[in-house]
Design a protein. Structure first.
Length: 300
């Protein structure tokens, strides 16, 4: 049983599985324990909300984000085979992929039905397989040769300070940067979106709602009586920072070269077509795609 495969330490919030020790924050720990206690049965969203958040009002998006964080922690820990599956319209289920006992009786029965069908109707099976092969080949060919593959070029320009309240010294840099982005928009290379960061909403959720490809984050901070502008390129689906340029605001500051290089990195990312990340990319921060994206964001 799955419950016996995991050992939970309620004091230190750690989980032991196959000689791996997974350290979690309290919410992720509670979520994993609730799923493990179900012994491979699907746990409804309402049950999870009740047991993890103690009946607090929890939105489906908040639960999705917590599941995402837990999946990421499992992946980064090096644990293989421990998977949280989303069951559409029902909830979530924790299983071990390499354990044959994870198949429910209904699922085993369905698999036998499919096998019996193919054994009994060999000719029909051959035709179905041939049609599937032709269909998949056609899709792959069209995708590879299409000249009109959709590339999301929507860039959101966010600041940590309201634009109208930016200090005069930083407002000049913001204006120059805004003009550069607007110029690229006029050429059709990007679609600039001026929106505000909604602090009560997770970045990935807001990005998905606004269909954002990249976030240009203009941050003004004060350090040791110095005013610093941090200009960052952020991958919105995971809130991963791909590049940051820091500028100390001085009277004789010439930010042209930095802004030009920063813009080049952003355009490289947009035109690369590499921002359509798969679930595997999003759940694994060590996937090679992240190094590749950072290299695109920091062209030489």
């Amino acid at each position: 049983m799955l419950k016996k495969s995991l050992s939970f330490n309620n004091i230190e919030h750690t989980v032991t599985y196959k000689d791996h020790v997974l350290s979690l924050n309290p919410l992720s720990f509670k979520l994993l324990k609730v799923l493990a206690d179900a012994n491979e049965e699907t746990v409804s969203i309402n049950t999870i909300a009740s047991q993890v958040w103690q009946n607090s009002a929890v939105s489906p998006e908040t639960l999705k984000q917590r599941v995402f964080v837990l999946r990421k922690s499992i992946t980064e820990s090096g644990i293989d085979g421990l998977v949280i599956r989303s069951i559409r319209g029902e909830g979530y289920r924790l299983i071990i992929e390499d354990n044959l006992n994870n198949l429910r009786p209904q699922e085993i029965s369905k698999n036998h039905d499919y096998l019996n069908f193919f054994k009994t109707h060999k000719n029909a099976a051959r035709i179905i397989i041939a049609l599937l092969f032709i269909t998949i080949s056609a899709v792959v060919f069209l995708k590879a040769h299409s000249k009109h593959n959709y590339i999301n070029n929507r860039i959101a320009l966010w600041t940590n300070v309201d634009q109208q309240q930016l200090p005069k010294s930083t407002a000049r840099i913001y204006t120059i940067w805004h003009q550069k982005l607007s110029h690229e928009m006029a050429k059709g290379k990007i679609n600039l979106i001026l929106s505000n960061r909604q602090k009560d909403m997770l970045v990935p959720i807001q990005a998905r709602k606004n269909r954002i490809a990249l976030i240009s984050y203009f941050e003004v901070i004060t350090q040791n009586q110095k005013i610093i502008v941090n200009l960052s390129i952020v991958e919105p689906k995971t809130a991963t920072i791909l590049r940051t340029d820091s500028l100390e605001v001085l009277p004789n500051l010439n930010a042209e070269n930095v802004l030009k290089s920063h813009l080049k990195g952003m355009l490289e990312l947009i035109s690369s077509g590499k921002l359509n990340l798969s679930k595997q990319h999003k759940n694994n921060s060590k996937d090679p795609i992240w190094l590749h994206l950072k290299q695109l964001a920091n062209p030489k």
